[in-house]
Design a protein around this ligand. Structure first.
Ligand code: NI
Length: 159
């Protein structure tokens, strides 16, 4: 495993729409392992492939309940709403209050190409929305209701 460089806001890579994964091979497994390590190293709870310069529909999330690997994810249902703090490893030092769905149903594939369905709520639902947005070139800032000032930033829930 290796820690990869995280692409920062301002790089056009973060504005691109990612392509689906078609090869479930060793290269994908290495990428997922590296993304996991890079996310942990950055003290984040999620990381999307474009954030390490790979324009493919892949993200990893760990909110403290174990790693979730999502390849070719699709959010098929959302319900409710939540407001809370959010940040992003590609936008260091910037946090804001965002509005997100409270409940999300996602279908995705794992690293072997097997499809699974995940029902998520709360922080996990927020993280899925955040990472899925990265695959369409959207940053969390587009969901900010109010920016957090430096003295308000204690611990952001998602980055
Ligand atoms: Ni992010």
């Amino acid at each position: 495993m290796a820690i990869r460089n995280i692409v920062k806001e301002g790089d056009p890579i973060l504005t691109k729409v990612c392509r689906p994964v078609t090869n479930f091979d060793d290269k994908l497994a290495v990428l997922l392992d590296d993304m996991h390590e890079t996310m942990i190293n950055g003290d984040g709870v999620g990381l999307a492939a474009p954030q390490v310069g790979i324009l493919r529909r892949i993200f990893v999330i760990d909110i403290g309940e174990g790693i979730i690997e999502a390849v070719n994810p699709k959010i098929i249902k959302t319900r409710g709403r939540q407001e809370g703090s959010e940040g992003c490893l590609s936008c260091p030092g910037e946090y804001g209050i965002t509005e997100r769905p409270m409940y999300v149903t996602m279908v995705a594939q794992n690293r072997y190409g097997d499809q699974f369905t995940l029902n998520a709520e709360g922080l996990l639902a927020k993280a899925i929305c955040h990472e899925n947005d990265h695959l369409d070139g959207i940053l969390f800032k587009e969901h900010i209701i109010r920016k957090l000032e430096p003295d308000e930033i204690r611990a952001a829930e998602v980055k």
